[in-house]
Design a protein around this ligand. Structure first.
Ligand code: SAH
Length: 223
């Protein structure tokens, strides 16, 4: 899988991409992540990416032209054999508080794609015409407002990558967890010591009786 991210702040991703499971997925060559600075797709000498909104009001709006240039340039570097049903070569996602709220079900579907392009907004968001020019899935990560789409992109990258086959050491990790079957949640876990500050681990987990353990776990899963 290849994920291209278009952002004004590529450095926001640097630490995140170099740690833990996301790092391992790249080291194992299961996932390639490419960061693109939107400013590199401007034509003027000031590298201008935003402008004041028509009609007035606070803040700045991301201009349509650098975004179109960025997406077109990225798609040219994706192999034509991988052209997806949506017309373009990659499945394209734009982050917006107005989008559909992201879920584990969406993460599962996105993990099956060969190519994703993630577009991070900033300031007041995008010139609306971008949605007429390019087919995007519009995603929100929740009903609150962030300064930019970088954290939402990190959320999507993390949740999608861990579902790509062979990324997790144990394939069952992604099967037996919260939201993997509808809204069912993971069961509570305990590890050593057996007693801490007078709180003991539930007896059944120490019993070695796997039928009883499974029964207890499924009972406690939807706490
Ligand atoms: N003026 C806009 C908010 C813009 S926030 C409004 O009121 O709706 C700036 C950018 O941050 C957005 O373009 C989007 O890319 C990102 N963003 C902010 N909150 C988000 C959320 N909950 N989910 C996904 N993206 C978000």
């Amino acid at each position: 899988m290849r994920i291209d991210v278009v952002t004004l702040f590529p450095n926001m991703f640097k630490g995140f991409l170099k740690e833990s499971i996301v790092k391992r997925a790249q080291t194992k060559r299961l996932v390639t992540i490419k960061l693109h600075n939107l400013r590199d797709y401007t034509l003027d000498k000031h590298r201008k990416v935003d402008d004041r909104p028509f009609g007035g009001g606070p803040g700045m709006v991301l201009m349509v032209e650098p975004i179109v240039r960025a997406i077109e340039a990225i798609e040219k570097t994706i192999k034509p054999a991988r052209r997806s049903a949506g017309g373009g070569r990659a499945h394209k996602i734009l982050f917006s508080p107005a989008g559909r709220v992201f879920s584990q079900a969406r993460a599962k579907a996105l993990a099956k794609r060969e190519n994703l392009i993630l577009l991070c907004g900033h300031y007041e968001g995008f010139d609306e015409r971008i949605k007429e020019l390019i087919e995007f899935e519009e995603l929100s990560i929740g009903k609150y407002v962030l300064s930019g789409g970088e954290i939402p992109a990190a959320v999507v990258i993390d949740s999608v990558i861990r579902l790509v086959p062979n990324v997790l050491g144990n394939p069952n990790s992604a099967v037996e967890e919260s939201f993997s079957k509808g809204d069912k949640l993971d069961f509570p876990n305990y590890t050593r010591p057996r007693v801490y500050k007078g709180i003991a681990v539930p007896e059944v987990l120490l019993s070695g009786n796997h039928d009883e353990i499974n029964k207890w776990r499924s009972l406690r899963a939807n706490r």
